[in-house]
Design a protein around this ligand. Sequence first.
Ligand SMILES: C[S@@+](CC[C@H](N)C(=O)[O-])C[C@H]1O[C@@H](n2cnc3c(N)ncnc32)[C@H](O)[C@@H]1O
Length: 295
Amino acid sequence: MQQNRKSKHRFDKGAKNKDDAKKPGNELSELWPGQSVELLKSLHILTRDGKLNQDSRRKLKQVQHLVQAIKPHLEGLKSVADLGAGKSYLGFILYDLWLRERPETRLYAVEQRKELIESCKLVASRSGFDRISFAPFSILEATQAKDLPETIDAVTALHACDTATDEAIAFALKKDAKFIALVPCCQAEVARLLQDEKSRESRPIETLWRHGIHRREFGSHLTNVIRSLFLESRGYKVRVTELIGWEHSMKNELILAEKVQRGNKQAKAQLEVLLQQIPLPMRLFDLAPPEDVIN
Ligand SMILES: C[S@@+](CC[C@H](N)C(=O)[O-])C[C@H]1O[C@@H](n2cnc3c(N)ncnc32)[C@H](O)[C@@H]1O
C-alpha cells in the first residue's frame, strides 16, 4: 500500500508484514499492514501504551473484516456514507486503509449523537483526514439534509440499532447508492409485529414464533430476509454472509448489495408471497421511496 507523504501518521504504521503480524504477544500483530497506531490510540481502540482490551479487539476485528469485505466494491466510487456511525471506527479505519490514497473520494459519517460528532471531528482534524464530513443528524434527517449530496455512491451501516438499518436502506435508495453494506443490529420491530400476528388467528406456521425467544430470533432472521429480498426487488444483487467468526460478535450478518438493474419483478413477487403468508407492516416499507422515484 502506498503511503500518503502528507499524513501525520506516515511513520507510525502497524504490522509491517505478515511475519511481524504472527509474532505472539505483539499487539501490533492485530493490526493490518499500514494501519495507523496513532489513529487507533486517538479512537481509544489501543490504549496509550499500545494495548488492546477484549472489547476493542472485537471491535477492531469486526471493522477490519468489514473494510476488507467492502473495499473491492468501492473501487471507483466517489462518495461513501456511513450511517449510525457512532465513534466512526469504520469511517476512520476505512479512511486509513483505503480513502487515504483516493483523493477523489469523500466520506460522510451520519450520527444523531452530537457529542460523538464533536469528538470525531477532533480525531479527524488531528489525523489530517480532511475528506470526512460529520453530519449530526438522524438517518431520516440526513436523507433530506442539504449538507449531504443528492446522490451517494456507497452506503454502510454497521450495527445501526433496530429500524435504523431500515432507515439506512431507505437513505441508500433515495440517494441512488450503487453499493450498500449492512451489518444489522438487534431487531425488535418484527418480533413485536409477530406477537400481534399471533393473536389474530392460529395457524401451523405460527409455531415458528410461539415462544418469546423464537419470536426474537425468528423475527430478526425474517427481518434480514425481507430486507435482502426488498433490496433485490429494487434492482440490487444481494449477498448475505457472515462478517466474522461468531466468537467475535453475535450481530454478525453481513448484507452486501450491488445495484445491477432498475428492479427485479421476480424478487418483488417472492416478497409479496412471503408477506401474504406473514403480513408484516414493517417501517421499511413506509420509509423507502416509491419505486417509480428510483433512477
Ligand atoms: C451500536 S452503535 C454502532 C456504532 C458504529 N456504527 C459502530 O459499529 O461502531 C449504533 C449507533 O447508531 C446511532 N443511531 C441509532 N439510530 C440512529 C438513527 N436513526 N440515526 C442516526 N444514528 C443512529 C446511535 O446513536 C449509535 O451511535
